[in-house]
Design a protein around this ligand. Sequence first.
Ligand SMILES: [Zn+2]
Length: 340
Amino acid sequence: MSLTADPLIVADLGGTWWRTAILTDSDELVEIRRERAVTRNSTRSHPSTLRALMVRFLLDRVHALRAICPEARQVGISIGAAVDARSNLVLASAPLWGDYTEPWNLLAELRSAEPDLEWTLLQDLTALALAARADTDAKAGWRCVSVVTVSSGIGARTIDLATGEFDWDSRGLQGEIGHLPVPTRTPPAVCDCGTIGHLAAYASGRALERDLAASAAALGVAPRTTWLSSLRAALDSENEAATAFLDAHTAPLAATLLAMAVIDPRVDHIYLSGGVVDTLDSHYSASISRGLDEGGGLYLASNHPQGRLDSMIDRLPGDDGTLPLRGAGLAARADRNERR
Ligand SMILES: [Zn+2]
């Protein structure tokens, strides 16, 4: 089957779902497939085994997609792990591998297994930011936007809209906000990275599900397929205890967003994305908005009316979970154009 003149194979390896597809020249995703992520939390396997399974999954899917579309020779991979943007080494992923932090040259393994293919690897947040830049209508005058994902983990990425470039710290990282410590909260919660008290330990999807499983009966939340969908149904039915539960969990993230919005003056907008934002939809935005207002407004800290910042924070448009696939494709295409 010839889908397009110059197709790309794309993959997005998150902490909840692993997706693969073909991205056509006209930026259409076809042959999309979604499978449950293979993680330390779901299997209790050693991360070295999980990494070997990830390579197997990627090679199997690439072979399957090339059987459908043999002319696809370029592969773009978005991974839900901290990636050193200078060396492309995968450093760690709390949702995928817990507290395991052995650097991993995934790209070298893939190139060695399939040297005839061209491989591109980037962190999922970087892919998401590239897709957001391409897909959203930036308002005139916006310099940078930040994307913040709330799913099995939490992270942020800021992109320069004019150039599509990212700034990196000396380790090739940026925006690892999920592992910022938050002011003491009780009871203490352990982050997937193994540390007590990180933002992700209170505000990630896994934290919401853990705490809801423990308190659903007291909150009057009926169990459904997933705890997140149970929470969504309770919020839809205006369950006040469920709203208070959500607000308690979004509060530390709202405080972090407030700091992000005030500290970097180039950031003109913050987009929220990820499975939690997607499932809870307008309830999530409303909860973040209440969290932003909690402190009683700002003084000289922003150029937004009365210091209110909720107008600069909203949900990423067109976000159906496939944007990192698109971003991986954009990065792979840019690599290809550079080589030509
Ligand atoms: Zn952590």
